[in-house]
Design a protein. Structure first.
Lengths: 285, 367, 367, 285
């Protein structure tokens, strides 16, 4: 098993004909993901790596039975793309797009909730269950089927950690980027709940960073879990009031420090790695 | 993007917010004809300016001039005061607090209000703060204003006036794509009117494309940070002397953390993002050079990004600018081998892990 | 409330909808200086006026005068033509259909558009109609316009212009609380511009309090219906001669149905609603009297409503107005006994069931 | 059992201090409904028939644990009242108010759906399960516990039919007015689904009227039910384009005729009564 996606997930890519869209359509197809269609207004009728392109999402859903969409359209058009997908009945949105205005993100999340749909992201590398499904832009080759579940606010840092896990001989059940923005869909807690129920996941790794209270909230949830949780926090030496690349990674008004997050994890017995490469060592003990 | 008080008031005023009569000045002479008494307020993007002596009162132009000279050029939490706001002095009956912010925890807007205005809201006990979340699907509804009025124990007349203020602030907050719109204090004058005593507005950087009028606004940023912003590169000036470049915000932060743990001190945070375009990499390195770091720590994880093209960009940058800053490079992933060759060619010091790279950087710097 | 074509166009024009140059007139002389050729269009709140001869074309004032004389005073589906719209004649390249309505089935707004404009949309095959529902929580979004443009197979330039038209129409539909906002035909002129050839707008009666500007608009209603509307009484003039009063819309309809089944013919539908205020009941009876029915069927089910106070109102109305119209009364429920006494006193004919009452009414009328 | 309400439903009344509010608070209390609070802005701290009045819904929910609300506030303020209730976590709204603007009603229904809450109405007499709970303005005394479920678009016409059912010796499981407006929350089909599952309901009576296609839709649903369905349609002799009292009762553009509705019921074997008093005769055969 896996969380949120599996071998039957049928995916469309909104923005498939762009540079990124074409590249990752291929990568996802190579991985084995059921990419059943793409959407680019005005490009309906064409194909990308054999995948049919449609002008609108409803059309693509009607023709292909897609239930998930990866959104790669530029930030100014992302809200519209999400609304279109949600109105067409898409149940899982993987919102790769960065720099979506916060007010747009709030509208997207609220509307998705009203439709009982899930949103991963925005500003996420996506979700991958090795051997089953990848919806995202992660490098497939670093992953290996296994029993470590990973939830992360980051991209490359996750790959760094994943590659250490894979090199150590362990593998991943599902690895999900929850997104580096302040307003996101699925949270650490949502992911932990799903992983707690997932038979394939034995341990959960949280890759957090400064900003917000997502890690503190996650720590509060840990005691209700049977599975072991590990964490890494980036930004321990970041200054206050400076946005560290990610829109969500900012210590503002004294909130969101790495110190507070590590303390919260310590309190509930979650080992916090001091180096990304330490994660597999913590897991194997 | 944070706005100066006077800019924030200008913006709110466009939406109908009552603000005190005021003039922004960088020299005292501009406010010769101001109807005193007045408040003289330092314009800086830092909190606590009152305590730092950045706010004074003046009953005449002479007094104002004195206050002016004291405030202008002052350093408040690292920010130099370059402009001063001279503002009509208000007859204060009550000071309230009012704000709209994005509550990332809930994913919706949070309205906060309190009768304990004029002080930092963090210091106000929770039971003295009215809080309400608002779905963006329905926005600010009358019931919220009603409950707010009740919680603040205002008279019906005051409540009605406050309702108008709340609507105006919400409207500005939403239409201008603000992350934060705060009025503290919201002054209730002796005459029974509400006036924004101070105003803090932070606009969402992601939404600035919808508000081109703020494009060239003074950001109180380091000149290099402004340069980087224009180029779309995430670049943050820090206190130390070592430049850290990595790809991805999380990885760059993590690299910085490891460096600091090993005794180094980061002076620049530079996130290359997902690019492997040698031209972009070169631009990033030029920026880094301008920051004059003692050593550079390059950390690339090539997942989708190809390590060799990144390395190529680095090499070209070093050569073209004839940079003699030592570079310790840890590079891993796609086309790793080719990249290592290129870096070796360019005279960079190789490392296999982040820890190793950090240790090497500290060693090189000390040498 | 339905608006006349010229009113609908006036309203849409305020929102930015392109409409033909036009003048409303009740006598031909008003349009002496109109730049002919023109279309002369009867202003009535009924469909199919074209087929009925209510639209003519004129190349000169003389021709217009002739057309005018033919149209004015015409009877179209029971409505007398009192006003005529003289409008610039359009160079038609294409005729589209565009509308927003409330889809009661889904509970949201339905957008419909078709390239088959200029005819009744009911006669257009379903596959030629683009349909999209819109959640009121997000309103009209760009993707809907995009999909619409594609479905109508318009050029990019046309699509862009149509998008603007769609936004304007939606804006008017929503802001004015319309149940229906329809442009049929939406004319694409030879010059490549969209113009509203005709416009049908029905405003939501429930929302008229938000739009007081329409309060006194000619409703094309029977004078008694207008009177009733002012008093907040549901009153509908029908073809027959028997007045039916009951409490509750459903019960009044049911009473009318039974009456008709028994061979009577309803002339007035009057729903008292939930009132048992004798004054309101009296007012309702006065209205009924003005409609001059041959017999009145009164049917009261007293659940919360007290039968006796209703009866009292009826009695007083009959006495004060010295009404000699026979009343057959079926009254049941709370305080039924007292009510029956009062009605007997007032000389009304009692009945135990709706059927009985209906039969009695038919008998009395025939007598 | 019953549908949507039961003996544990805790009800607040929004608009309790008005004439109607006070009257029906008493009637509901007398019936045995757990009326735990009322809301009237500015009247917080007072009482109506011993029921505490609050200034806001959230306050009332926090203090009383209410999960349902009867809304009696005037039409111009109804949307706000509903939003307030929904944001405070109310799960069932009984929206008695008449003449709510259609656009407001659409917003209420969509927002309620986004909160997974149920709305009965607007323009409904409410819902009653004899012996268990009444939220509404119906005359309690005409009802009797029994096994006939009633769903109706009307008020007094329903009472007329209910009183015939009661007089015939039968009784009611649940009787719900779905509302006389074009835009309503719970539909005939929703109610039929619930009644099909309800052990106490043996037969379902639909009281329809002209306008819309609710009856035709209901007829389509009938074949999937095991329980017997009966119907009555008001407005068989109503003219076109005239609103017959209810905002929803209008034959417009040829749609919504009684003829079409009766035909739809005939087709699926639903007996349609020609007189309100015929309903019990049809049920008992």
């Amino acid at each position: 098993m896996s969380i949120l996606v599996n071998q039957n997930t049928k995916v469309i890519i909104q923005g498939i004909t762009g540079h990124q869209g074409t590249f990752h359509a291929k990568a996802m197809l190579d991985f084995g993901t059921k990419v059943v269609g793409g959407v680019t207004p005005g490009k309906g009728g064409s194909e990308v790596h054999g995948v049919p392109v449609f002008d609108g999402v409803r059309e693509s859903v009607e023709e292909t039975g897609a239930n998930a969409s990866m959104v790669l359209v530029p930030a100014p058009f992302a809200m519209d793309a999400c609304f279109e997908a949600l109105d067409a009945g898409i149940e899982l949105l993987v919102l790769i797009t960065e720099r979506i205005p916060f007010h747009d993100a709030m509208r997207i999340m609220s509307y998705a909730k009203s439709k009982d749909a899930h949103v991963i992201g925005p500003n996420t590398p996506g979700i991958i269950s090795p051997g089953l499904c990848k919806i995202g832009i992660m490098p497939s080759h670093i992953f290996k089927k296994g029993n470590v579940g990973i939830l992360s606010r980051s991209g490359t840092l996750t790959y760094e950690i994943v590659s250490w896990i894979t090199e150590s001989g362990l593998g991943q059940s599902t690895c999900m980027g929850i997104g580096g923005d302040p307003i996101i869909g699925i949270t650490f807690i949502d992911g932990m709940e799903l992983m707690e129920e997932d038979d394939d996941t034995e341990a959960v790794v949280l890759v957090g960073e400064i900003g917000g209270t997502a890690e503190e909230d996650a720590a509060e949830y840990v005691p209700s879990m049977k599975k072991k949780v590990y964490a890494y926090i980036a930004g321990q030496t970041a200054p206050a009031e400076k946005r560290m690349g990610h829109a969500g990674a900012i210590i503002s008004r004294g909130k969101g420090t790495a110190e507070s997050k590590i303390k919260a994890f310590d309190k509930v017995g979650v080992p916090v790695a001091s180096l990304p490469s330490d994660i597999p060592k913590l897991i194997t003990g | 993007m944070k706005l100066f008080e006077f800019k924030a008031k200008e913006l709110l005023s466009k939406y109908g917010m009552p603000v005190p009569k005021g003039v922004v000045a960088s020299t005292a002479n501009i406010v010769k004809d101001f109807p005193y008494p007045a408040a003289i307020k330092a314009q800086v993007l830092a909190g606590g300016r009152g305590k730092a002596g950045g706010i004074k009162f003046a009953n005449s132009f002479d007094e104002a001039k004195g206050a002016f000279d004291q405030i202008i050029g002052m350093n408040i939490k690292g920010y130099e005061v370059k402009q001063v706001l001279v503002e009509e002095k208000l007859d204060i009956a009550k000071e309230l607090y009012l704000s709209f912010t994005i509550d990332r925890r809930v994913g919706t807007t949070l309205l906060m209000a309190s009768t304990e205005g004029g002080v930092d809201i963090e210091s106000v006990p929770d039971e003295k703060i009215f809080k309400a979340h608002m779905s963006p699907l329905i926005g600010l509804q009358p019931f919220i204003i009603r409950n707010l009025t009740k919680a603040l124990e205002l008279t019906k007349e005051e409540g009605k006036k406050l309702g108008q203020i709340v609507r105006v602030l919400y409207n500005a907050y939403e239409k201008e794509d603000a992350e934060l719109a705060e009025i503290n204090p919201l002054v209730l004058t002796e005459e029974g009117n509400f006036v924004a005593g101070d105003a803090k507005i932070t606009l969402d950087d992601n939404a600035l494309y919808r508000h081109p009028e703020y494009k060239d606004m003074d950001r109180n940023l380091d000149p290099l940070e402004i340069e980087a912003k224009k180029k779309g590169i995430a670049f943050v000036k820090l206190d130390g002397d070592i430049g850290v470049i990595a790809n991805g915000a999380g990885l760059t932060m993590a690299t910085l953390d490891v460096l600091n743990a090993k005794g180094g001190k980061g002076g620049v945070f530079l996130d290359l993002g997902g690019t492997d375009d040698p031209q972009r990499v070169k631009e990033a390195f030029y920026l880094m050079e301008m920051a004059k770091p003692s050593v550079i720590l390059l950390n690339i994880f090539g997942g989708i990004t190809k390590c060799d093209t990144v390395a190529l960009g680095v090499k070209e940058a070093l050569e073209e600018k004839k940079m003699d800053i030592p570079v310790v490079a840890r590079i891993k992933g796609l086309h790793e081998k080719e990249a290592k060759e290129i870096l070796k060619d360019a005279g960079m010091i190789p490392a296999n892990t982040i820890s190793e790279a950090a240790e090497e950087v500290v060693r090189v710097r000390g040498a």
